[in-house]
Design a protein around this ligand. Structure first.
Ligand code: PLP
Length: 425
């Protein structure tokens, strides 16, 4: 029954019943952390082949004869540049392989923009009175933290399921020269699961911008992270930008963090010719070479796009049942109540739960009962969701048993918070 249709007495009775269920769940002494989208131990165990890939110290040479034990080959092994390039839709010559973290590359690129400017910048962003960014929300909290760290103003844009409302994005980007950039996670967005449509990408590539150096920070973190084997095609954004006469409009980032080892894989940055010229110059001062042994391991194990997909199928076999379990519990406990809705992602690492009650209250109830969720508001500028109505659910890490208990507790907390809210109105 819809909670909104219940009379006061029904709601009061329901609240007392839920209170008892909550106290009962609390007494079980749960201790679960569902706050981050980490791969589970069984997914990580798949990485054994990575550790076994280079057993012989004298055979650490790439196909081109690069000795991976030594300095040299600063932009990374050709084979790996080709692999990343074919995944993100950028020519291998425009891909630079970094270290273990794409987030680090994103931070580094914003730092460079602030200190030196990017391709087409009349001056470094740090010299300007104000710098603004378009931020699709709910978004990846760590993107927002980078902007917050540099004092960049964030303009939140709600996502539609296929990216942000492009009419609005075009309006803001074309009217305000202080708007210098935009984050996008075009495939299985963290945390909404949005997959940007071809049309959205085309419009992002071709739109008029008031800032000559308007830059799309394209974090393609989940390019092949399909749950049902329906792999998205490589991004067309690079070629769309080139075709629209804005070859340096987008800078691309990705890594194999959710393919091999989280925070222990290999990442890349890519972009137009001028972008990469400036990036290489910057990198040449800060690092001699990244870890090519790790690059070689990845190439030996993953081989090519088909090899990555085969591995992602195995990841999906582990995590898909977890997504489905949460969705089933949501359907059973929250379906038809009118107090919550959620997406059914086809890939990525998160389920977005939208609430008609206070997300903060739900997080706090769950925490008191031993389940740590991502803080409410984490995907919004400065950690504040004006509607206090969104929760990011990360089902991948816990075991099925723990996940079941956590999802059931979460539903009790959502229902309780909804009753409390209705009784206060
Ligand atoms: N970008 C997004 C959208 C993510 O969700 C994550 C991790 O969850 C990252 C980047 C982090 O990537 P990396 O481990 O390469 O720094």
């Amino acid at each position: 029954m819809e909670y909104g249709e219940m009379c006061r007495q029904e709601l009061e009775e329901l609240r007392s019943r839920l209170r008892m269920e909550y106290e009962e769940a609390k007494s079980r002494g749960l201790s679960l952390d569902m706050s981050r989208g980490n791969p589970s131990p069984s997914q990580l165990r798949m990485g054994q082949d990575l550790l076994d890939a280079c057993p012989d110290v004298d055979r650490l040479f790439s196909e081109d004869g690069v000795d991976c034990r030594n300095y040299g080959c600063p932009g990374g092994l050709r084979e790996l540049r080709e692999l990343f390039g074919s995944i993100i839709g950028v020519p291998a010559s425009n891909v630079y392989i970094g270290g273990v973290s794409s987030l680090n590359m994103m931070f580094d690129t914003v730092s460079r923009a602030m200190l030196k400017g990017l391709a087409g910048s009349p001056e470094p962003w740090g010299r300007l009175d104000e710098v603004k960014f378009i931020c699709p929300v709910p978004g990846y909290d760590r993107h927002l933290s980078i902007l917050e760290y540099f004092g960049i103003e964030m303009i939140p844009f709600p996502l539609t399921g296929e990216g942000p409302d492009m009419d609005e994005v075009e309006r803001i980007a074309s009217s305000d020269p202080a708007v210098k950039g935009m984050w996008i996670v075009p495939i299985y967005s963290n945390p909404s699961g949005d997959v940007y449509s071809q049309e959205t990408l085309r419009r992002i590539a071709s739109m008029e911008t008031a800032a000559p150096d308007f830059t799309v920070f394209c974090d393609d973190a989940y390019p092949l992270h399909a749950l049902y084997g329906e792999y998205e095609k490589p991004l067309t954004l690079f070629s769309e930008c080139a075709g629209a006469g804005h070859p340096d409009r987008a800078i691309f980032f990705t890594s194999f963090s959710k393919v091999t080892f989280a925070g222990g894989s290999v990442c890349c940055v890519a972009g137009g010719d001028r972008t990469m010229e400036l990036a290489r110059k910057w990198f040449s001062v800060q690092v001699i070479t990244h870890d090519k042994v790790n690059q070689l391991r990845h190439i030996r194990v993953l081989k090519d796009v088909e090899g990555v997909k085969e591995r992602m199928d195995r990841h999906a076999a582990i995590i898909r049942p977890k997504f489905e379990l949460v969705e089933q519990i949501f359907e059973r406990e929250l379906g038809g109540t009118g107090i919550a809705s959620w997406n059914k992602p086809r890939g990525g690492y998160f389920i977005g739960l939208r609430l008609n009650c206070s997300a903060r209250r739900v997080v706090s109830l769950c925490a008191d009962a031993g389940v740590k969720l991502t803080p409410a508001g984490a995907g919004f500028p400065h950690g504040t969701d004006p509607s206090d109505g969104f929760l990011r659910i990360a089902p991948t890490y816990p075991s099925m048993e723990d996940l079941e208990r956590a999802a059931e507790l979460l539903c009790i907390c959502v229902r309780l918070a909804a009753c409390e809210k209705l009784l206060c109105e």
